[in-house]
Design a protein around this ligand. Structure first.
Ligand code: BG6
Length: 469
C-alpha cells in the first residue's frame, strides 16, 4: 500500500524559480528602455530604489550560472515591455530584443526552460499618456502587437508563455493602471472593470496568435487565488466563503477559460454600476481560445465569515478588501499561522486551489510563484540560515507532490523568488530569494550574491526529484 506523503515528482516536472523585470533587472533607462508605470511610482517615493534592482541587466551571466548550480529545470522571468517598445507601441528597440536573446540563449545552453511573462506590472507609461492605457479598447491591439513581436522573435526558443501577471491584483491598484490613488471608489470600480475586460479580450487574442505563430507554444494566465476557508461550519459562513471565492477569485478565470460572467459576479458588478461594455464576439473568442494552463501565484489563504452589514458599498481600491459589505468579511484564523506581514501560511490551501481549478476548468496548473517573505539576517561568515523559508517551501511542496500523485496535472513549480528582488510593497526589508542580494533600500552596497541555506536545500530537492522534503 502506498503511504501518503512520500514518493517523487515525475521526471519531467519543471522545478524552477521566478523573478520579474522591474524588480530584478535595474538599468531602468539604459539602452533605449522607455518608462513604465512602476518607474513613476518609484519616483513618487517608493520605499526602495528600483533603478538598479538587483542589477541583473549587467550580471545575468553570474545569475544564470547560479541557477545552473542549483539545477533549476525552469526559470520564469518577465520581459520589460518598454525595453522592446519604449513608447509601448510603434517603434521597436533592437537593444531590448538583444538583451533577452542573451538571457534565453544562455538559459538554453544550461538546459533551463525559459518561461516568459509578457507583462508583470510594468505597463508602458507611453500608452497611459497616449490614450489612458487599459481603459481604452486600443490597449487590446497594442498588447497583441507587443506579444506578436515576441512570438515572432523568440518563438523558436520559448514554449511556455504567461500573459498578464496577476490581473486579479493589478486592476485593484489605481496607479498600476494609470489612475490617481485618490480616485473616487465608485468611479474606480467602473473604470477598473472595463480595464479588466480589455485585458481578458487581449488575452484571448494573444492565445490565438501564439497558437498560430509558435509551434507547440503554450500560453497561461497567472492568477493569485487566495482561497477562502469558512470561519465556521455555520451555513452562512460557508456561503460567504463560497461567494468570496467567486467574487475575489474565480470570476476572472470564468471569463478567460469559458467566456462567461458568472451569475454571482454579474449581480455583484451590476449592484455597483460597474458592469463593463462588452461584445458577444469577444466572449466567443475567450471561449474559443482559453489558456493552455493556469499559472498559480500562491502565497496565502483567507478565512471568511458572513458580513453583518446590510448595505452595499463600492469595491474601490486595494488588493485585498477586508469586508465586502453585505457579503463577506475576512477574519483571522486561529489554525493558520501568519508571516510577519500577516499573510496566512496554509500549504493545504495550495492543494485546495489545485483541486478546485482542475475541477472547474480541466486545465493543468503551473505554480508560477510561492514563497515566504522574511527579514533575512546576513551572518558574519556570509551565511543566511533561513530554515523558516525551507519549512514554508517544503510544506507547500509536500501538498503539491500529493496532488501530482493523485493525478492532478501540474507542469512545474517556480518558487518566488530566485534571488532577493525589490519587494513590491516592502522594498528590501522583505526578502524571498534563494540567493541573498547584498543591498539595502537606498544603499546599494556591493550587490554581492550570497547563497542562502535554502539555495542548497532546493538544489537537493531538485536532485532527488522531491523525494526528500
Ligand atoms: C506577487 C507578485 O504578487 O507577490 C510579485 O507577482 C511580488 O511581483 C510577490 O513581489 C510578493 O509580494 P511582495 O509585495 O511581498 O513583494
Amino acid at each position: 500500500m502506498k503511504i501518503k506523503g512520500q514518493g517523487q515528482f515525475p521526471p519531467d516536472f519543471l522545478f524552477g524559480a521566478s523573478t520579474s523585470a522591474y524588480q530584478y533587472e535595474g538599468a531602468y533607462d539604459l539602452d533605449g528602455r522607455g518608462p513604465s508605470v512602476m518607474d513613476l511610482l518609484q519616483r513618487k517615493g517608493g520605499l526602495a530604489d528600483y533603478k538598479v534592482g538587483a542589477d541583473h541587466y549587467h550580471r545575468y551571466e553570474e545569475d544564470i550560472r547560479l541557477m545552473a548550480e542549483i539545477g533549476l529545470k525552469a526559470y520564469r522571468f518577465s520581459i520589460s515591455w518598454t525595453r522592446i517598445l519604449p513608447e509601448g507601441n510603434g517603434r521597436v528597440n533592437p537593444e531590448g530584443l538583444q538583451f533577452y536573446d542573451k538571457i534565453i540563449n544562455l538559459l538554453r545552453q544550461y538546459n533551463i526552460e525559459p518561461i516568459v511573462t509578457l507583462y508583470h506590472f510594468d505597463y508602458p507609461q507611453g500608452l497611459i499618456d497616449q490614450y489612458g492605457g487599459w481603459r481604452s479598447r486600443k490597449s487590446v491591439d497594442d498588447f497583441l502587437e507587443y506579444a506578436t513581436i515576441l512570438f515572432r522573435h523568440f518563438g523558436d526558443r520559448i514554449k511556455y508563455w504567461l500573459t498578464i501577471n496577476e490581473q486579479d491584483h493589478v486592476i485593484h491598484l489605481p496607479e498600476r493602471i494609470g489612475l490617481p490613488g485618490t480616485i473616487d471608489a465608485a468611479e474606480f470600480d467602473r473604470i477598473s472593470q472595463q480595464c479588466s475586460y480589455h485585458m481578458c479580450v487581449a488575452t484571448a487574442r494573444i492565445i490565438e496568435r501564439c497558437h498560430e505563430l509558435v509551434p507547440g507554444g503554450q500560453v497561461g494566465v497567472a492568477m493569485n487565488p487566495m482561497i477562502g476557508l469558512p470561519a465556521s461550519s455555520k451555513p452562512e459562513d460557508v456561503l460567504a466563503a463560497a461567494e468570496y471565492n467567486e467574487i475575489a477569485g474565480y470570476y476572472l478565470l470564468d471569463l478567460q477559460c469559458k467566456g462567461i460572467f458568472s451569475p454571482i459576479y454579474t449581480k455583484y458588478l451590476k449592484d455597483r454600476g460597474a458592469f463593463p461594455e462588452i461584445d458577444a464576439e469577444d466572449l466567443n473568442k475567450m471561449r474559443l481560445h482559453p489558456p493552455d494552463f493556469i499559472g498559480v501565484n500562491y502565497y496565502m489563504n483567507q478565512t471568511v465569515r458572513q458580513s453583518t452589514s446590510d448595505t452595499i458599498a463600492p469595491r474601490g481600491t486595494g488588493v485585498i478588501k477586508r469586508e465586502e459589505e453585505g457579503i463577506y468579511e475576512l477574519v483571522n484564523n486561529p489554525h493558520v499561522q501568519a508571516s510577519e506581514w500577516g499573510w496566512g501560511i496554509c500549504p493545504i490551501g495550495l492543494k485546495l486551489v489545485i483541486m478546485e481549478l482542475y475541477n472547474r476548468y480541466g486545465l493543468p496548473a503551473l505554480i508560477t510563484e510561492n514563497g515566504l517573505g522574511a527579514r533575512d539576517e546576513l551572518l558574519p561568515d556570509d551565511r543566511i540560515e533561513d530554515d523558516y523559508r525551507i519549512a514554508y517551501l517544503a510544506g507547500h511542496l509536500k501538498e503539491l507532490r500529493d496532488c501530482v500523485q493523485m493525478g492532478y496535472p501540474v507542469l512545474g513549480y517556480c518558487l518566488w523568488s530566485f534571488m532577493d528582488v525589490v519587494s513590491g510593497h516592502d522594498g528590501m526589508n522583505k526578502r524571498y530569494g534563494l540567493v541573498y542580494l547584498n543591498r539595502k533600500d537606498q544603499e546599494l552596497l556591493d550587490l554581492r550574491r550570497i547563497r542562502k541555506d535554502s539555495f542548497h536545500w532546493y538544489g537537493h530537492v531538485i536532485a532527488t526529484n522531491g523525494a526528500d522534503l
